[in-house]
Design a protein around this ligand. Structure first.
Ligand code: CDP
Length: 220
């Protein structure tokens, strides 16, 4: 499944706690597009790896699990949900152990291939706002609508702490940016927004302005 989609895809990438999720969700709501958080898929598989007692550095066992497990992607009210091995993993996705191990599990190339295949299927029947690390660079490189949302490390740490989470965001960024398979990069045709001093509405407004300039018709 590699052919360009006939549907519109807005790719939003960036480091941990840069505000991607809030922005992507609000943008999808304003445009009437489906919202997909690709990180939730990587978190779901990480949770299953840990739940099965597989060490997060055992790439061969992780690969085997990813190849054999049932992954079901569902849409409800233009929001995406994943079931893995028949379980809704949502309550576990932000556990400390998932935060601590998700970058390692996500660095396994076969895990990425399998999840990218699932992510691309959303575009067969839907216009999308999809957020992640490699959406503009690898998942949908052909889309003309690419954004990279950043914020200073201090602000990102503060945002995550305000969510009540222990999350070593800088360690995760370092791992995500330096891995061999689909590292976090700024796609060369992405529009970069520093959200450090912007509200969610401010970032969404900037994106919508840019989308209009690029010729996207926006109804509301
Ligand atoms: O919300 P937050 O920025 O903390 O991260 P996330 O989007 O939930 O992603 C969690 C982790 O999944 C990242 O740190 C990456 O290791 C991995 N990920 C990835 O490798 N590729 C993606 N497209 C999305 C997430």
């Amino acid at each position: 499944m590699n052919s360009p989609s006939a549907h519109k895809i807005i790719a939003i990438d960036g480091p941990a706690a840069s505000g991607k999720s809030s922005v992507a969700r609000e943008l999808a709501r304003r445009l009437g597009f489906v919202y997909v958080n690709s990180g939730a898929m990587y978190r779901a598989i990480t949770w299953l790896v840990l739940d099965r007692g597989i060490p997060a550095d055992d790439a061969a066992a992780i690969e085997q699990l990813a190849e054999s497990v049932a992954i079901a992607c569902e849409l409800r009210d233009r929001d995406s949900f994943v079931r893995i091995d028949g379980v809704d993993p949502e309550p576990f996705l932000r556990e400390d152990r998932v935060n601590d191990n998700v970058s390692l599990v996500s660095s396994v190339p076969r895990v990425r291939e399998i999840l990218v295949d699932h992510l691309r299927r959303y575009a067969v029947t839907n216009d999308l706002v999809m957020e992640g690390r490699d959406i503009g660079s690898v998942v949908f490189p052909e889309t003309p609508f690419k954004f990279y949302i950043d914020a200073s490390p201090e602000i990102r740490l503060r945002r995550r702490a305000a969510q009540g989470q222990r999350d070593r965001v800088t360690a995760r960024d370092e791992a995500d940016s330096s891995r061999r398979a689909s590292p976090l990069i700024i796609a060369e045709d992405a529009h970069v927004i520093d959200s450090s001093n912007l509200t969610i509405d401010g970032v969404v407004g900037e994106i919508i302005g840019r989308l209009k300039l690029k010729g996207l018709t926006i109804a509301r």
